[in-house]
Design a protein around this ligand. Structure first.
Ligand SMILES: Cc1ncc(COP(=O)(O)O)c(C=O)c1O
Length: 375
C-alpha cells in the first residue's frame, strides 16, 4: 500500500514553506573542495571570543560538582541566568524568558500566536526565521515595504490586517544592516494596534553605540504586547551553545512559559551565558573591533566602487554586478565563505561578516580581482 504524507491533514502545507539555509560550515567546504585554509564570514559570529573566563566556567561544568554536571538535568527555566540578565536590564526575573537561541523564542511566540490562523507583518528583506516560524505555526505572512537602505514604519502600520497577531522588526535588521531612529521606533510602538504583539529582534543591538541606540526595552512598561529579543550568538560569541533571551511583560512571559519546552536551554549554555552577560569589557572590545573592521571595509569597498547598504551590525551587504550565487561560488573556490542573499529578495547582494583583520584581508584578496569592474 502506498502512503503519502501530503495526504495527512496539515502536512501538505509544510512542504510549501521555505527551508532555512544556514551559512556553510568550514568542515563542509574542506570536505567538498579539499581546501585547507578557509575563512568563514557567513553567519555573523564574533571571531574574538568566547573569553577565557567563559571557557573556564564551561570546563568547570564538565568537571561536575554536587550541583552541576553533564549527568544532571539543567535548571529547567534557567533561573540563575535569567536573574543575571534581569539585573543587567533592571527588570524582575519574571520578565525574562530563555530560548535555545533567540530563534527558538521566535518559534515560541509564533506557536502562541497562530493556532487559529492569523497573520504576521514582516518587512521585506528580514531574517528568514520570522516567516518560517509564522508559517510553520499556521500563520500567514504579510510583507511590508522596505528597501536595502530603509525600513518603512508607515508601511508596516498600513500592512496590518484585521487578523494580524504579530509584527516582526529586526533592529538592526539582518541582512540590510539598517535600524530605526528613535522617533520612528516610537511611532511604531505607540501606533501599532494594542492587540498585536510587536517582536523587536535586537540580536545585533550590542554592536550599536549605546549612547545613540534606541533600545526597544525602554517601552516595555508602556506596551504589554512587546517582546524584545537578544542572543548570545553574536557579540557574546556563543553561537555553538544555542542560547538567547526575550524580555517582556510578566503576562506575556507567563504565556511563553506555557509554550516553552522544559529544559530547552542546556546547562553548559546557561553557565557560559551567565559569565558572558556580565562581561561589559568584552562587549566594548568586540564593538570597537567591529567598528574598526567596518571602517577598513568601507574604504576598501570604495576603491572597488562597490555599493554597501546599512551601517549597523557586524556585517555588511555588498551589491555587485554578479548574481549572488555566482559570486558566492567563486569566493568559495578561493576559500572564503560568505552568504548569498538571493533567498532574501536581493539577487545581486552578498552579506559579509566582519572578521579579524587577516580574515578581511583574505576576503579582499579573493574578492578584489573579481569585483574590479563588476561592482
Ligand atoms: C536578526 C537575527 N535574529 C536572530 C538570530 C538568531 O540567533 P540565535 O538563534 O543564534 O540566537 C539571528 C542569527 O543570525 C539574526 O540574524
Amino acid at each position: 500500500m502506498s502512503t503519502s504524507l501530503s495526504s495527512v491533514p496539515g502536512f501538505e502545507r509544510l512542504s510549501g514553506i521555505p527551508l532555512y539555509v544556514p551559512g556553510k560550515p568550514i568542515q563542509e567546504v574542506q570536505r567538498e573542495l579539499g581546501l585547507s585554509r578557509i575563512v568563514k564570514l557567513a553567519s555573523n559570529e564574533n571571531p574574538w571570543g568566547p573569553t577565557e573566563a567563559v571557557k573556564a566556567r564551561v570546563t568547570s561544568v564538565v568537571a561536575g560538582s554536587e550541583f552541576e554536571g553533564l549527568g544532571l538535568y539543567p535548571v529547567s527555566d534557567g533561573y540563575y541566568l535569567r536573574k543575571r540578565i534581569a539585573e543587567r536590564k533592571s527588570l524582575t526575573v519574571d520578565r525574562v524568558v530563555l530560548g535555545n537561541g533567540s530563534s527558538e523564542i521566535l518559534e515560541m511566540i509564533a506557536k502562541a500566536a497562530f493556532p487559529g490562523g492569523g497573520s504576521a507583518v514582516i518587512p521585506r528583506h528580514s531574517f528568514a526565521i520570522y516567516g518560517i516560524a509564522t508559517q510553520t505555526a499556521g500563520g500567514r505572512v504579510i510583507e511590508s515595504r522596505a528597501s536595502a537602505a530603509e525600513l518603512d514604519v508607515d508601511d508596516i502600520l498600513r500592512a496590518v490586517a484585521e487578523d494580524t497577531r504579530l509584527v516582526y522588526l529586526g533592529h538592526p535588521n539582518n541582512p540590510t544592516g539598517i535600524r530605526l531612529e528613535r522617533t520612528a521606533l516610537e511611532r511604531l510602538v505607540r501606533n501599532l494596534r494594542e492587540d498585536i504583539v510587536l517582536v523587536v529582534d535586537q540580536a545585533y543591538a550590542e554592536y550599536e553605540d549605546p549612547t545613540e541606540y534606541p533600545d526597544a526595552a525602554a517601552y516595555l512598561d508602556q506596551r504589554p504586547n512587546l517582546l524584545v529579543l537578544h542572543t548570545f550568538s553574536k557579540i557574546h560569541a556563543l553561537a555553538a551553545m544555542r542560547i538567547g533571551y526575550g524580555l517582556g511583560s510578566r503576562e506575556l512571559m507567563g504565556l511563553l512559559e506555557r509554550v516553552r519546552s522544559p529544559f530547552n536551554t542546556n546547562h553548559l549554555a546557561q553557565a557560559a551565558a551567565e559569565v558572558a552577560v556580565q562581561d561589559l569589557a568584552f562587549e566594548a572590545f568586540s564593538r570597537l573591533k567591529n567598528t574598526e573592521a567596518r571602517t577598513t571595509f568601507v574604504l576598501e569597498a570604495a576603491k572597488h566602487r562597490c555599493q554597501l547598504s546599512g551601517t549597523s551590525g557586524n556585517f555588511v551587504l555588498l551589491e555587485s554586478a554578479f548574481p549572488a550565487a555566482e559570486l558566492f561560488k567563486e569566493l568559495l573556490q578561493r576559500g572564503v565563505i560568505v552568504r548569498p542573499m538571493q533567498g532574501y529578495g536581493l539577487p545581486n547582494h552578498i552579506r559579509v561578516t566582519f572578521g579579524k583583520p587577516e580574515e578581511m584581508q583574505a576576503f579582499w584578496n579573493a574578492a578584489g580581482p573579481l569585483l574590479d569592474g563588476s561592482c
